[in-house]
Design a binder for this molecule. Sequence first.
Ligand SMILES: *[C@@H]1O[C@H](CO)[C@@H](O)[C@H](O)[C@H]1NC(C)=O
Ligand SMILES: *[C@@H]1O[C@H](CO)[C@@H](O)[C@H](O)[C@H]1NC(C)=O
Ligand SMILES: *[C@@H]1O[C@H](CO)[C@@H](O)[C@H](O)[C@H]1NC(C)=O
Ligand SMILES: *[C@@H]1O[C@H](CO)[C@@H](O)[C@H](O)[C@H]1NC(C)=O
Ligand SMILES: *[C@@H]1O[C@H](CO)[C@@H](O)[C@H](O)[C@H]1NC(C)=O
Ligand SMILES: *[C@@H]1O[C@H](CO)[C@@H](O)[C@H](O)[C@H]1NC(C)=O
Ligand SMILES: *[C@@H]1O[C@H](CO)[C@@H](O)[C@H](O)[C@H]1NC(C)=O
Ligand SMILES: *[C@@H]1O[C@H](CO)[C@@H](O)[C@H](O)[C@H]1NC(C)=O
Ligand SMILES: *[C@@H]1O[C@H](CO)[C@@H](O)[C@H](O)[C@H]1NC(C)=O
Length: 408
Amino acid sequence: MAKLTKAVALLLLALPLFVLAQDTSTDTASDVIPNPTPTPDPVVTTSVSVPAPSTTNPPIPTTDPAYGDGVATNTIFQNLGTVGLYLSITLSAQKFASLAAILDDHNQKITFFAPADSALAASISSGDLNLTRTDNLTNILLYHIGKGAISSQNSGALVFLDSFFNNASFVRIGQNKPQVIEVTNESGNMKVNDGAITANFIKKDIKCSNGFLHIVDKVLLPPINTLRTLSAIPELSTFYNILDPNNVTGPVSGQALTIFAPNNAAWAAYNYTSKPGGVLKMEVKYHISNTGVFHTLNFTDGQRLSAISGQLLVANVALNGTIFINGAPIVIGNILTSNAVVHVLGQVIDMSKIAYTNMSFTTNYLAPVSTLQSTIVPTSKTSAAWKTDAWGIGFGATVAVAAVLVGL
Ligand SMILES: *[C@@H]1O[C@H](CO)[C@@H](O)[C@H](O)[C@H]1NC(C)=O
Ligand SMILES: *[C@@H]1O[C@H](CO)[C@@H](O)[C@H](O)[C@H]1NC(C)=O
Ligand SMILES: *[C@@H]1O[C@H](CO)[C@@H](O)[C@H](O)[C@H]1NC(C)=O
Ligand SMILES: *[C@@H]1O[C@H](CO)[C@@H](O)[C@H](O)[C@H]1NC(C)=O
Ligand SMILES: *[C@@H]1O[C@H](CO)[C@@H](O)[C@H](O)[C@H]1NC(C)=O
Ligand SMILES: *[C@@H]1O[C@H](CO)[C@@H](O)[C@H](O)[C@H]1NC(C)=O
Ligand SMILES: *[C@@H]1O[C@H](CO)[C@@H](O)[C@H](O)[C@H]1NC(C)=O
Ligand SMILES: *[C@@H]1O[C@H](CO)[C@@H](O)[C@H](O)[C@H]1NC(C)=O
Ligand SMILES: *[C@@H]1O[C@H](CO)[C@@H](O)[C@H](O)[C@H]1NC(C)=O
């Protein structure tokens, strides 16, 4: 009984404080837009503020207005202002003239995934963007411009769109190709992805004279190098941690690679800690292809890729779309990096159990996945025999080879 009285007393005490707090917030809310990140700017802005002097831009809104529809005969650049994007103010500065020129070019067919005001503000407060660093912002925004006019009506379910970002200091995916933007359409829900960040569309398909403008809820960042990317993915920590001790960090930093990274569960199942160093090193090299950057859309059934270990990798595409690399399934595809693409495998490609010898691909190689998996038979073969194989290079005596023949 005494406890209850105390509780009621506390409640009564707390009530006026609660009302007071409510009052205070109502006072401030009447003239200041709620802002989670306090800005040191001494100028108090109200909803009917006088335009800022021409030398300084108004602060970036942290919440999005209701963006307009744009005018179809406007260029993308013109429509930035028409729809009410803050970016229009930023890109009107002379220092961004080259970027503006691309977006304003009537002769282009392009797509701009424009960060919404809230996305810009968030990216600045997180330190990813700095509006005074022209080169950096130009690079990052070039990565938001795609070559070709992509809308939800013509994109397809998955597209790797060449961007305008091909700065050689940051993009090494081969043949001076620009970095790609991954665009997906899942049941009409359009998204863009830079390999790490997925942005949703706030407003899509704004038709412009030179392509499409889409407003997205995040700033994409150009993919970074493979090692840093791998280090940030918890389920690839085993793969990352065996690269350095096995001296494979160099190869992973090469140009134009496709990296098949088994996840932690796969390495545990493979019992990697019991493997001799030499075997582990070859295993890792067997998971790295220098045949080029193969996104999941690039694989065809029977596709051959060479691994930097010197052996052959064979991709198989199951009828349900699952892709297998030498029998190991890709469980997560298309992690973009500055020099490669990473696909996560649910299984280690065990060289001691499976290897593909010279299969003749002169006829269409369309063995179903089940055939490939059923032929994973551990068969002893001497290293000398392996060395004579057309695609093999010597890698020690521990390797057993299962010859996989088409049609068996
Ligand atoms: C933005 O960049 C400028 C120039 O490099 C620098 O002086 C400033 O501190 C940076 N701002 C932030 C928030 O990092
Ligand atoms: C590449 O990016 C760097 C760093 O931002 C910049 O200094 C350089 O001008 C860029 N190169 C080209 C060709 O845009
Ligand atoms: C932009 O600047 C950040 C911070 O300095 C840097 O990490 C990043 O690599 C730069 N990106 C580009 C594309 O210039
Ligand atoms: C995107 O998805 C929607 C809904 O499923 C569909 O109507 C539209 O045709 C798709 N667009 C493309 C280009 O596949
Ligand atoms: C690491 O690999 C490089 C070539 O990729 C080689 O020159 C070097 O000797 C290797 N280091 C060790 C410790 O094996
Ligand atoms: C892993 O290999 C070691 C050494 O060969 C062995 O003792 C251990 O039982 C193996 N563990 C599993 C899970 O296969
Ligand atoms: C992957 O497909 C795209 C689009 O068809 C193509 O431009 C690219 O060259 C292909 N990559 C490889 C490695 O074949
Ligand atoms: C897709 O097909 C492969 C090969 O038949 C099978 O192993 C896999 O479980 C299937 N995946 C799904 C999601 O049905
Ligand atoms: C692979 O085998 C086929 C058929 O036996 C043969 O015609 C072809 O020359 C061989 N390829 C290589 C690279 O040895």
